[in-house]
Design a protein. Structure first.
Length: 482
């Protein structure tokens, strides 16, 4: 194994301050078996799967309950044993109603028996391993999916030349990835070999936090005979863990807007997916539970939890933050989605839940004393301090842009958020496209640092949707002509 001497980083971004309620990375508990699970039939960007069960059917843990053989998708499994009580549209954490299978548990957790595989995984071909990964539901992670011969990505595995493993989290509340590498190093390293074999023995880059002192040495010892693996120390600055940023930092690849890493021949997987790959291929276990970080100032004892996919978020909130009005973010404070309906479930893609106490104490005229007294990033106006910590709560009202340029400083992909938001607001789609609005990775940093509290990222997100629609229409019209 090679280890890069230089600590890599990228332009822009931000080291976020420590907030209250950061999970204790050393603690990982099993969350109790849920009484009911809601399992959406869509994974990531893939198509909605066709249900293979009906209301009233008895199912076992690990049983395939939906799959789709025509389009890019990943099979879906029951995460508990029990009875199917509904197949209907339920609210996804992103607020989109999504076809879901609802299972009422029988408390027995009886597993589906799978055909016993006597051969060690090392004796299997890459296609055989790809099949297991696909059938176990491991292939839906990462933008663009994980390429196998089984419609798990638009790109075939032959086009992949590099596998990037992300063991770094830069959101303060997400710590499970790093912990998996420390606690389960043997399984994690085997998982890397399994994924590499499935892709046809590609080059592997492993991105870790430079501060993870305990990591580098054992990794180098365990993987000393693997010339194909490079350990890449990275500065833990938000949003380093994003796929587009990892590609730029490690491989100097700048993805054009609307493209995913697999289009550039690179697969990016996080530590939880690597572990899931190990469990699927070496232990025959489908991807029905994952370790998530549960933190936030509303949580009594912030920690990592092993949770069954489909567990309603309310069940976790009721246990860890009982009787507290909450705002809940899934997958990070900045980048994550705010979950409005707590009945929506934990997904295979859930890396963490941040439970923040709800507030109603906005101070309406705070902005008149901006600079010295507000929680703000600004160095403009009369502030004598070089930089002030940012507080994620909205203080003061939105006001006109003062051209401080902080949104431009922090944008990790070199955009000009203030113009993009203005173009989006005024529906100037051509101009927004020209300034590469589609390259925005929705990191939300621009909104976070804006001293004028302008919801830049939100407007840019809306603008992106419209520009993407416009481009799709133009492409369809061009295809019709030719
Ligand atoms: S424009 Fe997009 S990528 Fe740039 S800071 Fe804002 S949200 Fe992040
Ligand atoms: S939009 Fe906000 S951060 Fe950007 S230049 Fe204007 S005031 Fe500064």
């Amino acid at each position: 194994m090679e280890q890069l001497k230089i600590k890599k980083s990228f332009r822009g971004g931000m080291k976020l301050p420590k907030f209250k309620g950061i999970p204790d990375a050393n603690i990982t508990d099993y969350f109790s078996l849920p009484a009911l699970v809601v399992i959406p039939l869509r994974r990531g960007t893939g198509a909605v799967n066709e249900p293979l069960v009906q209301v009233g059917d008895e199912v076992r843990t690990g049983q395939v309950i939906a799959c789709n053989n025509g389009e890019v998708a990943t099979p879906v499994h029951a995460s508990i044993s029990g009875k199917v009580v509904a197949i209907e549209k339920r609210l996804h954490p992103t607020q989109k109603p999504t076809l879901s299978v609802v299972i009422e548990g029988d408390g027995r957790d009886e597993w589906m028996k799978t055909a016993e595989e006597k051969r060690a995984w090392e004796d299997r071909t890459s296609e055989e391993i790809g099949k297991v990964l696909y059938e176990a539901g491991v292939t839906g992670g990462g933008k663009g999916g994980f390429p196998t011969a089984y419609r798990s990505s638009e790109v075939p595995p032959e086009q992949i030349h590099t596998l990037v493993i992300n063991a770094i989290e830069t959101d303060p509340y997400l710590v499970a990835n790093q912990q998996i590498v420390l606690d389960k190093q043997d399984e994690f390293l085997q998982g890397i070999r399994i994924l590499r074999r499935a892709l046809g023995d590609v080059v592997v880059l492993l991105g870790v936090d430079v501060k993870d002192q305990g990591l580098g040495k054992p990794l180098s010892e365990n993987a000393k005979d693997w010339p194909w693996l490079t350990l890449c120390p990275l500065r833990a600055k938000y949003p380093q863990g994003e796929e587009e940023i990892l590609l730029g930092t490690l491989l100097n690849i700048n993805l054009p807007g609307g493209k995913t890493p697999v289009d550039a021949g690179v697969v990016v997987q996080d530590a939880a997916q690597v572990l899931a790959a190990y469990e699927a291929v070496a232990l025959g276990k489908p991807f029905i539970e994952r370790t998530i970080s549960v933190g936030g100032d509303g949580v009594n004892s912030p920690r990592n939890l092993k949770v069954r996919v489909g567990t309603p978020i309310r069940a976790i909130a009721d246990e860890l933050a009982p009787n507290i009005p909450l705002r809940v973010a899934m997958n990070g404070l900045l980048k994550g989605v705010y979950v409005k309906n707590l009945e929506s479930p934990v997904l295979r893609e859930t890396a963490g839940l941040t439970l923040l106490t709800a507030y109603d104490d906005r101070t309406p005229f705070y902005f008149v004393r901006m600079g010295l007294n507000t929680f703000s990033y600004t160095r403009s106006f009369i502030s004598l301090l070089p930089e002030k910590p940012v507080e994620p709560r909205l203080r003061g009202e939105e006001r006109a842009c003062l051209s401080c340029g902080y949104c431009i400083d922090v944008c990790p992909v070199g955009l000009v958020p203030t113009y993009l938001a203005r173009y989006a607001e005024k529906k100037m789609w051509d101009e927004a496209q020209e300034l590469d609005i589609l390259a925005c990775i929705d990191c939300n940093l621009c909104s976070y640092v804006c001293p004028c509290k302008i919801s830049l990222a939100e407007q840019i997100k809306k603008g992106k949707r419209r520009v993407a629609k416009k481009l799709a229409k133009e492409e369809a019209a061009q295809a019709a002509v030719s």
